[in-house]
Design a protein around this ligand. Structure first.
Ligand code: GCV
Length: 826
């Protein structure tokens, strides 16, 4: 290499390698701005005057200094004195007006802020004023975001007030450090039954939450461990509250209604028993003595095995109000979850319908909840599926405070192994018009709270998927301003996360915006819901698991047709829970939008959608289109290789590549299952026909035995081959009948019980070797554990032998589904 080349290489390395990142800073990277962009901020004052000394105001000042130093290389000085030069003014509205009599700050909601240039005593001042001490912190983050995106500050004059006063996160963390439906490592709060000794990550999390305007966080699972309020545990909770306080994030906990009995020493937890009422009151008095700014609690009761008021013939009102009254003197709130349903429903009863449960239970109680009770309602009537209509309960309890519960952790949506940008889905619910009393009442206009189940973990980048962080960001932004578009939010997030290069912005936006439709298409389109294994890990395809059990996530796929009839005229009557205006959209199949058709109606597979396609053909086509889209995400991402730091580039590439492969597993499983159920072939002859595929069970087997999967659709042809435990290795072999250069895909299974090894040979030459060392959900051979290895550009001649040797290990039998051989794509 010539000197010039070496020099160029070094410069490239300095530019790219030096900024290698693990995603820990998320959207708060404060990356150094290019000189030209930085220039426009030259006139920013070099002094910050801070009024008041509450923790959030202190954090605002620290953040401002940190952000400006990192992005602009500018050191700013802090002062509390009357300034004698241009300055940035940080403070609460009343204090600002007190100190600067001529400065009039507009009316602000408690958490609202005002950003404005003004003149004070002959000096230019950039004012960051808040309605409360959280406001200046939120305003500071907003200002720093604008600078990071290179926006013009010259004409800054902006008042922002949050859409809902309660903007909370729920974490489903268990005290042992595991997280229910968490996919990013252990809890940042708990380990081994206690609060972690080192709460650095908890403090950093609070900073992230505050940066998007979130002001509360419940730290433990809604399936609450009763020890959470033990006297000995309260000082530990106080340490978490200390970590949150600098960022204005209030601590909340989940409580279990049975606590007065299970840990409180009473013989009852009946909410109407005065001893129970006294128990809660004493408990919260003690809690508030330790944590005076404690926010409140969330309650899951009479749901999925959690005890509740029904044990004593009482109602959610009785239960919620008892806790609310114990919290009232301290200004705490109760989020009472409407996720209450019977999971032993009779699937043979055509009128039974889990979707009805929340409305049936809570609608009659409207107006009877105390005003510090907020009924927390999941966005849809079932459970965070890939598409559901808005829960009718948002319009069904008019005199009750309501919060929407959205799920950031991707329980049914690929568990962060798939990228699915959720803001477009959330927007559909927030914008859905409930037509309460005949007026325009989108869900977003009915909310006092917005709650997001995040389940971040100790993984460096919080959600274990760089692109999934757009969901945490957009949750906060929508909680703050539900009118923002999903596209505008992802654009903001993009620039803060990966920089302002227009090509990067455009391409990542494209991937994110197409990711929800793609996921819906290769999983459960037309309102089928996700079709994951609902009695297992909620991950890969297992459509049969929806049916014929008490969980009520039925799709009623029979030989003659598919879908749940929820109409008033012939079905379960669920449609009748909406206002008359909204009912018109769903009561008949003809009126129902295609994307929700099968959620509301049972129709023949040959029923024609609005576009003219039959239901069954649309199902087949959507699955092929969705899988192709997922593959396209990989291609799009690959064009950005030189523009993104290598660590994040490689991590996202690996994630998107896995997703593209797993989308094929989804496509084939659902299509094969629908073909078998309906008996109607794919008009394009793709489903069940894979000319490039050789099933492992049809190859020459040495030691391997053919096995059937419990959910047959999880393997191509319903079967795989597995190597028995007693063998050290097994092999499959086939011969090649044309000459050429090929791309080979080996579809195999990767179980967690051990690390199996595979070797691929052409005749005697080993051309590839790999390990089955992923940690995937599920315990058995199934679509959850089905993965693909690609070996590209292999030259072979007619008569050559292709052989795979599998070496089992522990509980992993080195199982193989099929191989696919295609001409090499350049
Ligand atoms: C915390 C679903 C999840 C459960 C979760 C429950 C809930 O059923 O699978 O893990 O429990 O929702 O929201 O309470």
């Amino acid at each position: 290499m010539g000197t010039r080349l070496i020099w160029l290489f070094l410069m490239w390395c300095i530019a790219i390698c030096a900024i290698a990142e693990d995603g820990h800073d998320a959207w708060l990277r404060y990356a150094r701005l290019h000189e030209a962009t930085a220039k426009q901020f030259q006139s920013l004052p070099k002094l910050v005057v801070t009024l008041g000394d509450s923790p959030p105001i202190g954090s605002a000042q620290t953040e401002l200094k940190r952000g400006l130093a990192r992005m602009l290389g500018r050191e700013i000085r802090a002062s509390k004195q009357t300034p004698t030069q241009d300055f940035i003014l940080l403070g609460v509205r009343d204090q600002i007006e007190e100190m600067f009599a001529n400065l009039h700050v507009p009316e602000l909601a408690p958490d609202g802020f005002w950003l404005d240039w003004t003149e004070v005593g002959g000096h230019k001042a950039l004012v960051i004023a808040g309605g409360s001490d959280r406001g200046p912190l939120y305003g500071t983050f907003a200002l720093l975001g604008k600078i990071a995106r290179g926006e013009n500050l010259e004409t800054l004059d902006e008042v922002q007030n949050p859409a809902a006063p309660l903007r909370w996160i729920n974490q489903w963390d268990n005290l042992d450090g595991t997280i229910e439906r968490g996919y990013a490592g252990p809890s940042i709060f708990f380990e081994n039954g206690s609060v972690r000794a080192d709460l650095t990550r908890a403090r950093e999390y609070a900073r992230l939450l505050a940066s998007v305007g979130l002001n509360g966080c419940v730290v433990n699972n809604v399936n609450a461990d009763p020890r959470i309020l033990d006297d000995a545990f309260i000082p530990q909770l106080a340490r978490i509250a200390d970590a949150f306080r600098p960022y204005g994030v209030k601590l909340g906990v989940s409580v279990n209604l049975s606590m007065p009995k299970t840990v409180g020493g009473l013989d009852t937890f009946d909410p109407l028993d005065p001893r129970v009422q006294a128990w809660w009151a004493h408990k919260f008095d003690a809690l508030y003595r330790a944590i005076p700014d404690f926010g409140g609690v969330v309650v899951k009761a009479d749901s999925e095995g959690q005890l509740g008021p029904s044990a004593y013939g009482r109602t959610p009102v009785d239960a919620a109000n008892v806790i609310a009254r114990a919290l009232r003197p301290h200004h705490g709130v109760v989020f009472y979850r409407a996720f209450v349903y019977n999971h032993h429903l009779d699937w043979k009863d055509p009128k039974a319908d889990r979707a009805r449960a929340a409305y049936d239970i809570f609608h009659p109680l409207d107006g009877r909840f105390d005003d510090n009770v907020i009924v927390q309602i999941k966005n849809g009537p079932i459970d965070f599926q890939v598409r559901e209509p808005a829960s009718p309960l948002f319009g069904g309890v008019k005199q009750t405070s309501k919060a929407i519960e959205l799920q950031i952790t991707q329980e049914y949506l690929g568990q962060q192994r798939h990228t699915v940008y959720l803001a477009p889905m959330w927007k559909q619910t927030l914008d859905f018009d409930m037509h309460v009393d005949g007026h325009d009442t989108p869900v977003k206009s009915l909310l006092r709270g917005v709650v997001g189940v995040a389940n971040v973990g100790m993984d460096a980048n919080w959600l274990a998927n760089h692109l999934a962080m757009a969901n945490l960001y957009s949750f906060g932004r929508l909680a703050w301003d539900s009118n923002l578009s999903a596209e505008a939010i992802v654009d903001e997030w993009m620039r803060l996360t990966f920089g302002n290069d227009p090509e990067v912005v455009q391409k990542v936006r494209e991937i994110q915006m197409e990711s929800w439709p793609a996921y819906e298409h290769y999983t459960g389109p037309l309102g089928l819901q996700t079709l994951t294994n609902i009695t297992g890990p909620h991950y890969g395809p297992a459509p049969e698991s929806q049916e014929r059990n008490g969980w009520g996530q039925w799709i009623r796929a029979e030989h003659d047709g598919v879908g749940m009839d929820r109409s008033v005229s012939t079905g379960t009557g669920f449609v009748g829970q909406y206002s008359a205006e909204a009912q018109k959209q769903f009561e008949t199949a003809a009126a129902t939008p295609d994307e929700l058709l099968l959620f509301f109606h049972h129709v023949p597979y040959t029923y024609k959608l609005h576009g003219g396609k039959t239901v069954i053909q649309a199902i087949y086509d959507f699955h092929y289109e969705g899988a192709a889209q997922a593959n396209e995400f990989v291609n799009t991402w690959e064009t950005l290789e030189r523009k993104i730091d290598p660590d994040r580039y490689q991590a996202v590439l690996a994630q998107l590549s896995y997703q593209a492969d797993h989308a094929i597993v989804w496509r084939d499983a659902i299509n094969d299952w629908c073909l078998r159920t309906s008996g109607i072939s794919d008009a394009q002859d793709r489903v069940g026909h894979h000319p490039d595929r050789i099933e492992a069970e049809s190859m020459h087997l040495e030691g391997y035995t053919a096995v059937e999967l419990t959910s047959w659709e999880g393997a191509s042809g319903g079967k795989a081959v597995a190597c028995p435990k007693e063998r050290t290795s097994c092999a499959v072999e086939t011969s090649i009948n044309t000459d050429g250069t090929y791309d080979i895909a080996v579809q195999y299974f990767d179980l967690n019980g051990g690390v199996a090894r595979f070797e691929l040979f052409v005749n005697d030459q080993r051309v590839a070797t790999w390990k089955a060392d992923r940690q995937l959900p599920g315990k058995d051979l199934s679509a959850d554990s089905s993965v693909r290895e690609h070996i590209n550009g292999i030259s072979m001649n007619r008569g050559d032998h292709l052989r795979i040797v599998g070496t089992p290990n522990g509980g992993d039998p080195a199982a193989i589904d099929y191989i696919e051989i295609q001409p090499h794509a350049n």
